[in-house]
Design a protein around this ligand. Structure first.
Ligand SMILES: Nc1ncnc2c1ncn2[C@@H]1O[C@H](COP(=O)(O)OP(=O)(O)O)[C@@H](O)[C@H]1O
Ligand SMILES: [Mg+2]
Length: 276
């Protein structure tokens, strides 16, 4: 578990804190989506989770280890993988397999185990056929999946991704979210994903909304992402499918169930008693 307890943070030179008294428990194996308008403190929060930044007040405790304690820093960095938006900045080697091997090599693992981890990580992200490819030949979504494999090869229990889809086209975005969902379900890796695509947050178990450095709300995607009026106040765009349900409710179908899944909405509509 990652325990974030009473955490505040400010950058040197800034007058007011960027994060105020954040309390959150991230459970092993959960998929958490973090939303919030620009400047709300999401990126800062992600960097506190693996000890890249240390809180001004409060504690971040990863599986029992406090990020303040520098003797645990390496262990924490290995447990909590961090991945950013731009895959080009994260791919360092000339071919995919070397890239994914980079982390495990730095851990000083034996060659056979490195090879094994590279193959395993690439198969989890569905990129095993691209072992010998140069990364620049890949699409954005493929590059980001290789970058995910590179983090995965370190064997983290938690993977923190700061807007991993923001530089990708719709297809790449879908590939990455599908890969993360699979990683979460099949490997049990906890996913903490920042996104400004509210639709992507629907894939999560739990949604957290930050605003001006505070946690405004946490809940299931259905609970949070269907609060149409609140989403606008929080600087977030409502998912289109939730907007559709909302409009139907306003226009006479007051019991129409809110949903985030378009198939569910279609099934509900099919049961309407339409007249010819
Ligand atoms: N390295 C930094 N130095 C000073 N201020 C920063 C730094 N990084 C971010 N900030 C400020 O902290 C606030 C939160 O930023 P950030 O965590 O990047 O938010 P988000 O990811 O939600 O857009 C913003 O006001 C931003 O300008
Ligand atoms: Mg950010």
């Amino acid at each position: 578990m990652i325990e974030v307890a009473g955490v505040s943070f400010s950058y040197p030179g800034l007058e007011s804190p960027v994060l105020h008294d954040i309390n959150l428990e991230i459970r092993p194996g959960e998929f958490l989506a973090l939303l919030g308008r620009n400047g709300s403190g999401k990126s800062t929060f992600t960097r506190l989770l693996n000890g890249l930044l240390v809180p001004a007040a409060g504690d971040v405790i990863v599986d029992g280890y406090n990020t303040r304690d520098s003797s645990h820093r390496l262990r924490i960095r290995q447990q909590v993988g961090l991945l950013f938006s731009n895959p080009d900045n994260q791919l360092v080697a000339g071919i995919v397999e070397e890239d994914v091997a980079f982390g495990p090599e730095n851990l000083g693992l034996p060659a056979a185990e490195i090879r094994e981890r590279v193959r395993w990580a690439l198969s989890v992200v569905g990129m095993e056929e691209y072992l010998k490819y140069p990364p620049h030949m890949l699409s954005g979504g493929q590059k980001q999946r290789v970058a995910i494999a590179g983090v995965l090869a370190l064997g983290p229990s938690y993977m923190v991704l700061d807007e991993p889809t923001s530089m990708l086209d719709p297809r790449g975005r879908e590939e990455v979210v599908r890969t993360l969902t699979k990683l979460n379900l099949e490997q049990g890796t906890a996913i903490i994903m920042v996104t400004h695509f509210v639709e992507e947050a629907a894939a999560a178990d739990r949604v957290v909304v930050l605003d001006r450095g505070r946690v405004l709300v946490t809940g299931s995607p259905l609970e949070v992402l269907t609060r149409i009026d609140d989403l606008a106040d929080w600087g977030l765009e409502a998912p289109e499918i939730a907007l559709l349900c909302h409009e139907l409710r306003k226009r006479g179908y007051s019991h129409f169930p809110m949903a985030l899944d378009s198939r569910q909405v279609v099934d509900t509509i099919k049961q309407f008693p339409f007249k010819d």
